[in-house]
Design a protein around this ligand. Structure first.
Ligand SMILES: Cc1cc2nc3c(=O)[nH]c(=O)nc-3n(C[C@H](O)[C@H](O)[C@H](O)COP(=O)(O)OP(=O)(O)OC[C@H]3O[C@@H](n4cnc5c(N)ncnc54)[C@H](O)[C@@H]3O)c2cc1C
Length: 458
């Protein structure tokens, strides 16, 4: 950032990772300028405020953010409690965003629609590294403004770009015209959105934690509203992956989620359809007919798409990125989290070096840094932004020594490579392995108790 030292650093998104980045920038004496598309900080989490996190508070808060908050007399929630999404906002993100140091640098209702280099498109190379960035914002009143900044940290998550229901990465035939019959990805079926689900035929599509959460909530609804029928379609040959590692899961709440789901399917409360890759949707007055690739059909009133998310790369079109061709994460991170090979929930520790792109001083962090991989955890994101901000501040040493500010209990786990089939190319170099450097692969995170990604499915 040498040439542009006096310009601010743009942070895209005021989710937990964007706000953590801002806290680290302030600690380093750099000037954050935070753009949030939603009406307030944590706008994506607001959509799933009724869902309980499976990691306890102590893993969900960033150290620099906590330092800022504590200076204002804020009291930390109980570190071992599991917050709901709503509590993460009310007890942590909202107080953080309200601090004068953050609030004065946060613009809400400000959607970033493009990032580029000042006066240069992607093809221009001369003086590129020393040319500031331009971030284009569309404000909620329709006004369009360009901001010139020294660096950009994209922490905009993936919530707003869900994967389509169709199996080939494209919308299923008829999916767009059946939009009225498709809910949000994590509806509050027993609360805010109850009326749309009570006594209806609900088809949940997908095989991840979102599906598990929604199915379990629907089972609760069906107890009170017995006419509610719960259908569940997964494209794989079984739902074993969703049931997870049970007692072997490093996060007990996550393990219990899968085990409860397994019992509900066994009891017949949830009607499971395996090998059901969605090919078509046909909206009718009486509901929607969902067709599978093999010709089977299911009738429902509403479809819940739990098909995962993908990063919005359109806004980054004028930047020079280096992304893994499959996962759409930074190239070196991709193989470490590729869902084809990983479901273990752990990842090699990584920071600025792994997250760098050919366009210097531009970083994708947080949920979006994982591209299409679903296993991101906040604790990983907080370490990413600590390292990235150190790099932007010119503190290469702090950036490269990836500190794992993670608690003692089994989080920084080493396991000779047996809990997850990490491809050989993924072995981190020693500089990135940081505090846990060891001759054998060192993985951090919370083991799920599962040993393979999709490649392990029969
Ligand atoms: C249901 C659910 C449960 C989860 N549970 C856990 C858990 O227990 N433990 C854990 O560690 N992780 C969990 N995660 C994963 C992850 O930690 C969360 O998704 C987390 O919210 C990611 O934080 P983020 O800051 O990267 O992105 P987000 O929280 O998605 O924040 C991104 C922000 O950017 C804004 N934005 C988007 N596009 C733009 C734009 N173009 N311009 C400006 N602003 C923009 C959004 O409005 C949003 O406020 C869970 C995720 C989900 C969906």
């Amino acid at each position: 950032m040498d040439s542009a030292k006096n310009l601010p650093v743009a942070v895209i998104g005021a989710g937990p990772v964007g706000l953590a980045a801002a806290a680290h920038l302030l600690e380093r004496g750099l000037e954050p300028l935070i753009f949030e598309a939603g009406p307030s900080a944590g706008a994506a989490i607001e959509q799933w405020r009724h869902i309980r996190l499976f990691s306890p508070w102590r893993f969900n808060m960033d150290a620099a953010a906590v330092r800022l908050l504590e200076d204002s007399g804020w009291e930390s929630p109980r570190p071992t409690a599991l917050p709901y999404g709503g509590e993460l906002i009310d007890e942590y993100l909202a107080p953080l965003a309200a601090l004068p140091a953050i609030n004065s640098r946060l613009q809400t209702g400000a959607r970033v629609v493009a990032v580029t280099r000042s006066g240069m498109d992607k093809t221009h190379t001369r003086n590129r590294e020393t040319t500031p960035f331009v971030v284009r914002i569309v404000h909620e009143n329709g006004e369009v403004r360009d901001h010139t900044v020294a660096a950009v940290i994209d922490a905009s998550g993936t919530w707003s770009t869900r994967n389509p229901l169709g199996t080939a990465g494209l919308p299923a035939i008829g999916e767009n015209s059946a939009a009225d019959r498709i809910s949000s990805s994590l509806p509050d079926v027993t609360g805010r959105d109850r009326a749309s689900f009570a006594g209806r035929r609900v088809l949940v599509v997908g095989a991840g934690h979102s599906a598990a959460n929604t199915l379990i909530s629907l089972a609760g609804l069906a107890k009170e509203e017995p006419d509610t029928r719960i259908l569940w379609a997964v494209r794989g040959p079984s739902a074993e992956k969703v049931y997870g590692g049970g007692g072997l899961d490093g996060l007990p709440a996550r393990g219990q989620l899968g085990s409860r789901l397994r019992r509900l399917v066994k009891a017949g409360t949830i009607e499971l359809h395996t090998g059901f890759g969605v090919a078509s949707l046909k909206a009718l007055d009486s509901g929607v007919t969902v067709g599978a690739v093999d010709g089977r059909t299911l009738e429902a009133d509403v479809v819940v798409p739990c098909t995962g998310f993908r990063p919005d790369l359109d806004v980054l079109r004028e930047l020079r990125l280096d992304l893994d061709p499959a996962v759409e994460a930074p190239r070196e991170l991709g193989p470490l989290i590729d869902p084809e090979f990983h479901s273990c929930g752990t990842v090699a520790p990584h920071g600025a070096k792994l997250l760098a792109h050919p366009d210097k001083d531009f970083y994708i962090v947080g949920m979006k840094s994982y591209g299409r991989a679903p296993t991101f955890l906040l604790a990983t994101g907080y370490e990413q932004v600590r390292s990235v901000v150190a790099a932007l501040a010119g503190d290469r040493e702090a950036a490269d020594i990836v500190q794992l500010e993670l608690p003692e209990t089994g989080v920084c786990s080493t396991d000779g490579g047996t809990s997850c089939d990490v491809p050989a190319v993924a072995t981190p170099d020693s500089a990135e392995a940081g505090c846990c450097a060891a001759p054998e692969p060192v993985l951090v995170g919370f083991p799920t108790g599962l040993t393979h990604g999709r490649s392990g499915e029969v």
